[in-house]
Design a protein around this ligand. Structure first.
Ligand SMILES: Nc1ncnc2c1ncn2[C@@H]1O[C@H](COP(=O)(O)OP(=O)(O)OP(=O)(O)O)[C@@H](O)[C@H]1O
Ligand SMILES: O=C(CO)[C@H](O)[C@H](O)COP(=O)(O)O
Length: 410
């Protein structure tokens, strides 16, 4: 029975036996408790008390592309993931027949795993030890590294599940290597071993003012939390957020920074946003988006005959900059769209957006006009980054197709 496609493109399940493995074959033995043994030479077995089963995979010329998405809780990771999955077509769903509280989302092309599943301490354990979930001591980076590496190499893994409903660690779920693996959560770029496995990385940098406004909107309006408890939760997380989460942005290939608008002096409502897409120069297979003229510095107010703008209007900026000592290009949008169909006017002035046809960005934005941020730079830049990831994936697949023998040996 074929069960996965990846570097080890054809996989089958069997009971352990003394089989001889070919040059491009790998075998993994699973028990109910998780992975016990990985072998390149065949065999299997082990002395677990549960009944073992073996997954044998044969190498092909494709390999899982790994994308990292880092952000604090409630900062738009799920929304971004829905936009990304949509760019590849098809909807993402939790694993069929699995744990209903699984955090994993699977589509034809992508598997999104939430790094909360690598919490080593459950809710009670964290309380007893007095640590937050953001603290590295509450997370198992060794397992995160081993499992992301295994998936990248085409080997299925039994990944733990952190249950956000019960606050407990549930029995693991089987994750088969997809074409694209997205690891999203608090720490995708914290551990240098995991970071080195990433083909592309994104950090969602939501300023405190905006984070607060979004939290109030979700946790107060939708979840019935009090204003005081929301403030207390943000304050309690802040030291660990500053120490362990925020510094990861220096490693990201692209950062989406969300700030209060500069178009309304003194605004603190968080409804109108100034959003900056910070793109690292020199990243392999990634060419930054630009407005009008690559490398120039440009301020653009598109409002007028072709773009309807009500107060406070819309302002774009594009130009080179430095970010943590790296050369970057920055594309900025302040304000919000009145009519999403008119976005085509803005899209037609952007280059390197990796669309497959004229108007694809506008089409994606219109398709998901009900997602948060669809009328501003958050939705626009998330959509563009989704298209850039598709482009990066296609370039990686193309380059491997040109050197199949080397890719299979890697
Ligand atoms: N671009 C946006 N514009 C306005 N509000 C937004 C935006 N993105 C997210 N939000 C608000 O933040 C909430 C959380 O968004 P989302 O579920 O995508 O974040 P998350 O990082 O996946 O959260 P968590 O980690 O807590 O599951 C949304 O319900 C919405 O209220
Ligand atoms: O920062 C978080 C990432 O989503 C959560 O707070 C963390 O995973 C702990 O979850 P919970 O609050 O459900 O115990």
């Amino acid at each position: 029975m074929a069960i996965c496609t990846s570097l080890y493109s054809t996989c089958s399940i069997s009971t352990p036996s003394k089989t001889h493995l070919g040059f491009h074959q790998k075998q993994v033995v699973f028990y109910s408790s998780g992975v016990k043994k990985t072998s390149k030479k065949g065999g299997g077995g082990g002395c677990g008390s549960s009944r073992p089963y073996v997954i044998t995979c044969t190498a092909s010329d494709s390999q899982t592309v790994v994308i990292g998405l880092a952000a604090d809780s409630g900062c738009g990771k799920s929304t971004f993931m829905r936009r990304l999955t949509s760019v590849f077509g098809g909807a993402a769903e939790p694993p069929r027949g699995g744990n209903p509280d699984s955090n994993t989302l699977i589509s034809d092309t992508t598997t999104v795993i939430c790094l909360d599943d690598y919490h080593s301490l459950d809710r009670t354990g964290r309380k007893e030890k007095g640590v937050t979930a953001l603290d590295p001591r509450a997370n198992n980076f060794d397992l995160m590294y081993e499992q992301v590496k295994a998936i990248k190499e085409g080997i299925p893994v039994e990944k733990p599940i952190y249950n956000h409903v019960s606050g407990l660690l549930d029995p693991p779920e089987l994750i088969k290597p997809p074409k694209i693996l997205v690891i999203e959560g608090l720490h995708p770029m914290y551990d240098s071993r995991v970071r080195d496995l990433l083909d592309f990385s994104i950090y969602l940098d939501i300023s405190n003012e905006v984070k607060f406004a979004w939290k109030i909107q979700r946790d107060m309006a939708e979840r019935g939390h009090s204003l005081e408890s929301i403030k207390a939760s943000i304050e309690a997380r802040k030291p660990d957020f500053d120490a362990y989460i925020d510094p990861q942005k220096q490693y990201a290939d692209a950062v989406i920074e969300v700030l209060p608008t500069q178009l309304i002096p003194g605004d603190n409502e968080g409804k109108v946003l100034r959003v900056r897409l910070i793109m690292k120069e020199g990243v392999e297979l990634f060419s930054p988006v630009y407005l009008f003229d690559e490398g120039s510095t440009i301020s653009w107010i598109p409002c007028g005959r072709k773009l309807t703008c009500s107060y406070p209007g819309i302002k774009f900026f594009y130009g080179p900059d430095a970010y943590f000592g790296h050369e970057v290009s920055v594309l900025e949008m302040d304000g919000q769209f009145d009519r999403l169909d008119e976005l085509i006017y803005v899209e037609s002035h952007l280059s390197n957006i990796s669309t497959k046809f004229y108007g694809e960005v506008t089409q994606q934005m219109l398709k998901h006009s009900d997602f948060p941020g669809s009328n501003n730079g958050t939705g626009l830049f998330q959509t563009i980054v989704g298209l850039k990831i598709r482009d990066l994936y296609e370039q990686i697949v193309d380059s491997r197709a040109k050197t199949p023998v080397e890719a299979a040996k890697a």
